[in-house]
Design a protein around this ligand. Structure first.
Ligand SMILES: Cc1cc2nc3c(=O)[nH]c(=O)nc-3n(C[C@H](O)[C@H](O)[C@H](O)COP(=O)(O)OP(=O)(O)OC[C@H]3O[C@@H](n4cnc5c(N)ncnc54)[C@H](O)[C@@H]3O)c2cc1C
Length: 357
């Protein structure tokens, strides 16, 4: 009888969180299997805009330490993936111009932001907008599709194993500990399991994490000239994210629509009109694509990170609007937790037990 293959860690879900955690655990010497329902990197991590938002006005206070740490880790995180995969991830550091909302204007943190001279930063803005109050944020952006593709290639290079096209239905237990996963078609044995299944995390037994899908629709334009806009622009109505190849992402809705990923033409048109109102020079820009994705939301809009009540079963999900930003720090703290090392961060605001009354 042949021996049954076992892994040190089985990761459920091959989005940016699962892929980058797999790489990190592999670097620490673990044998790792990623079990992905479809194709890796094709869900929320494919749909995201890629703003690396680290702003007191917009980040939940409890998340601020992780957000700031992760934003600081990005250049090295992106560089390593680029070197190991031979692919570019388009990390840009031109910064963000923020047109504040009425709610922002009541926020004390506003005083800490630098005023932006919009006409100097973005000559494409019409004179009327140049007079609006705006702030400059030293934030980066990245191309999440390229990032996920680079993470997938790196994981394969490093010897992470993959099972694709077959969903995990439950985490198996033996003597009260995680011992692997059952999928629709088969089962895999592993001493530890990490649930990184994004908006679907709550569907995998035995624990029911309160994750839910939060739909976001976006579109992508081809800028009439590659450098028409250089900065990420955020207004209360819309955000614009330029890519170095001349694409411009326009986003995004935040909708409670279940697991429905269809785009709605009138919604895409509304986003398109908001982009044109902001930058009239986009009038001739071609629409290249539109799409929708499902953010992994939680009841308190904070991620769920750490060990579950079942020994050997861990969870890293619920990254909601910031999963691309939070990938580097999530991977660092989760690799520590999975390997039994105490994290330097206080993870209690993110523990999965916080939802049980
Ligand atoms: C429109 C939009 C814009 C966004 N913009 C930004 C942004 O600008 N900046 C930012 O930081 N974040 C942004 N986000 C959020 C970000 O995309 C997510 O937080 C992040 O991608 C979550 O990564 P993940 O790996 O947890 O989830 P996902 O990428 O969704 O990956 C989860 C994976 O698990 C798989 N899976 C699910 N169930 C199972 C199962 N039973 N068995 C096996 N596999 C399973 C799925 O197929 C999927 O591949 C945006 C999201 C959307 C939708």
């Amino acid at each position: 009888m042949g021996c049954v293959k076992t892994w040190d860690v089985i990761i459920v879900g091959g989005g940016i969180i699962g892929l980058s955690l797999a790489i990190s655990l592999r670097k620490r010497g673990a044998k790792v299997l990623v079990v992905e329902r479809g194709e890796p990197g094709r869900e929320a991590s494919h749909a995201a805009g890629g703003m690396l938002v680290d702003c007191l006005l917009e980040t939940p206070a409890a998340l601020q330490p992780l957000a700031t740490a992760s934003a600081g880790m990005y250049p090295e995180f992106a560089y390593e993936l680029e070197v190991e995969s031979g692919m570019k991830v388009d990390l840009r550091d031109q910064g963000t111009i923020l047109f504040p909302s009425a709610e922002h204007l009541r926020h004390k943190a506003l005083a800490t932001l630098g005023a932006a001279c919009v006409s100097e930063l973005e000559p494409a803005f019409p004179a009327s907008d140049v007079r609006r109050q705006a702030f400059y944020l030293q934030e980066r952006s990245v191309d999440p599709r390229a990032l996920s593709a680079a993470a997938l290639k790196t994981a394969k290079h490093r010897g992470v194993d993959f099972s694709t096209g077959d969903p995990v239905t439950t985490v198996n237990l033996s003597n009260g500990r995680a011992s692997g996963v059952t999928t629709r078609k088969t089962a895999f044995r592993g001493a530890k399991v990490v649930n990184c299944a994004g908006a679907w995390s709550g569907q995998i037994g035995p624990h029911t994490f309160p994750t839910r899908p939060v739909k976001g629709q976006m579109l992508c334009l081809a800028m009439p000239s590659r450098t028409l806009l250089k900065h990420v622009i955020r207004t209360p109505e819309v955000y614009l994210i330029p890519r170095s190849d001349g694409r411009l992402l326009v986003g995004a809705t935040v909708e409670e629509a279940g697991f429905d990923k269809r785009t709605v033409p009138s919604t895409i048109q509304r986003l398109h009109r908001a982009a044109l109102a902001l930058v009239p020079k986009l009038a001739d820009a071609r629409i290249l694509e539109d799409w929708a994705g499902l953010r992994p939301g939680t009841p308190d809009a904070l991620p769920i990170l750490g060990e579950t009540p079942t020994p050997g079963y861990f969870v890293a999900t619920g990254h909601f609007r910031d999963g691309i930003l939070l990938a580097p720090i999530t991977v660092q703290v989760m690799a520590d937790v999975v390997m039994g090392v105490k994290s330097e961060f206080d993870l209690s605001p993110f523990c999965c037990g916080r939802f049980s009354s």
